[in-house]
Design a protein around this ligand. Structure first.
Ligand code: SAM
Length: 304
C-alpha cells in the first residue's frame, strides 16, 4: 500500500475524470484506483482542490519497460507492442499516449506515420525543454528531443547582437531556444503545418524577435539579401550539404554555420564544405549513432 492524493468522485464520472487527469499529467498510474463507500478514488500526483491523502495498492504492471523515446506526453516504441505500451503508461504518469512509427522519417517534410498503441488517440503534445514550452504534432511536422543538449551547446556560444538564420526550422526548437539571447532569429521551413506550430511556439514563449517564414530554403538568399547572418543552422541531415551554396550569399567572414548530417566516415562532407567556403575552419563532432555503420554528426563551420 502507498499513500497518495486522491480524487473522490461518483463512479459514473470515473472515465471522464481519469481522462482529464491524464491530459493534465497528474494521473498516478503506479497506483490502482479503488472504490470506497460508493465513490471512486483516483490516485493523482498533484493536490487537487479539496483532495485528501488515501492509501492505494501499487500497480506492478509498470516493471521492465521496453526502450522508448519520450516527447512530452508521447512515447514512441521501437516495436508494435501494445502490452509494453500499456506498461509504460502505467509507469509514467505524465505519458498520455504510446505510439509506434509505421513509416520511416520520409518525404520533404521529414514526417512519419504512427499507430496508437495505448492511451489517448493523438500525436499532439506539449513539450518542455530548458524552460521553453513547445506544441508538437508528430503527424504534422518533424520533431526530435535528441538535439536538446546540442541546442544548449550552441546557446552558450550566442552573443546578444547576433542575427541567426535557421534554414530548416520545423516547429522552431532552435529559434525558440535562441530567441531570448540573440537579437534576431529568422526561422524558415517548407512545411506549412510546421510553420503554424512554430508561430504558436513563438507566442507561447513570448518572443518578439523570431520571424517565422514559410518557404524553400533555396530561395532564402534572394529574399533576404543583402542581409548577412552571424550564425546559420542547417538541420536537414539527409540533404543539408546540398544547400550550402544557397546559404553562401547570406554569410560574412566570421559567420558560424552548424550543419547536421548523417555520415558513414569522418570528414565525409569536408570537401563539399570547402568547395563552397574555401579556407573555412571546420570542426566535426559525432552526436549519436544512426545505424550500425552511420552516425548523426554536426559540422561547425567558421567562414574565413
Ligand atoms: N530543425 C527542426 C528540428 O530540429 O526539429 C526540424 C528539422 S527536420 C530534420 C528538417 C526540416 O526541414 C523539416 O521540418 C522539413 O519540413 C524542412 N525542409 C525540408 N526541405 C526543405 C526546404 N527545401 N526548405 C525549407 N525547409 C525544408
Amino acid at each position: 500500500m502507498k499513500e497518495q492524493w486522491a480524487l473522490r468522485i461518483p463512479v459514473r464520472d470515473g472515465e471522464a475524470v481519469r481522462k482529464m487527469a491524464i491530459i493534465e499529467g497528474i494521473l498516478d498510474r503506479t497506483l490502482k484506483p479503488r472504490i470506497e463507500n460508493g465513490c471512486l478514488l483516483i490516485p493523482v500526483t498533484a493536490k487537487p482542490c479539496g483532495a485528501t491523502r488515501t492509501d492505494f495498492t501499487e500497480n506492478h504492471a509498470m516493471e521492465e519497460l521496453v526502450r522508448h523515446e519520450q516527447i512530452g506526453g508521447l512515447v514512441i516504441l521501437q516495436d508494435d507492442d501494445a502490452a509494453a505500451a500499456e506498461k509504460i503508461l502505467a509507469a509514467r504518469p505524465s505519458v498520455h499516449t504510446a505510439l509506434f512509427a509505421t513509416s520511416p522519417i520520409e518525404g520533404e517534410f521529414r514526417t512519419r506515420t504512427f499507430k496508437i498503441l495505448a492511451g489517448i488517440a493523438t500525436t499532439k503534445t506539449m513539450y518542455q525543454e530548458y524552460g521553453k514550452r513547445m506544441q508538437i504534432d508528430l503527424n504534422a511536422a518533424y520533431f526530435s528531443a535528441r538535439l536538446a543538449s546540442e541546442r544548449q551547446r550552441i546557446l552558450a556560444q550566442i552573443h546578444s547582437a547576433e542575427k541567426i538564420l535557421d534554414m530548416f526550422a520545423g516547429v522552431g526548437p532552435f529559434p525558440v531556444m535562441f530567441g531570448s539571447r540573440a537579437s534576431l532569429v529568422i526561422a524558415n521551413d517548407i512545411n506549412p503545418e510546421a510553420v503554424l506550430l512554430m508561430q504558436k511556439n513563438i507566442r507561447l514563449n513570448r518572443l518578439t524577435n523570431v520571424i517565422p517564414m514559410l518557404g524553400d530554403a533555396r530561395n532564402l538568399a534572394e529574399i533576404l539579401s543583402p542581409m548577412k547572418l552571424d550564425r546559420i543552422i542547417m538541420n536537414l541531415p539527409m540533404n543539408a550539404p546540398a544547400f550550402l551554396s544557397a546559404a553562401a550569399p547570406l554569410t560574412h567572414p566570421g559567420t558560424i554555420m552548424h550543419l547536421y548530417a548523417l555520415t558513414d566516415s569522418t570528414g565525409e562532407y569536408s570537401e563539399d564544405i570547402l568547395r563552397v567556403f574555401p579556407n573555412a575552419r571546420i570542426t566535426e563532432r559525432m552526436l549519436h549513432s544512426y545505424s550500425p555503420t552511420s552516425w548523426h554528426a554536426v559540422y561547425d563551420i567558421e567562414i574565413a
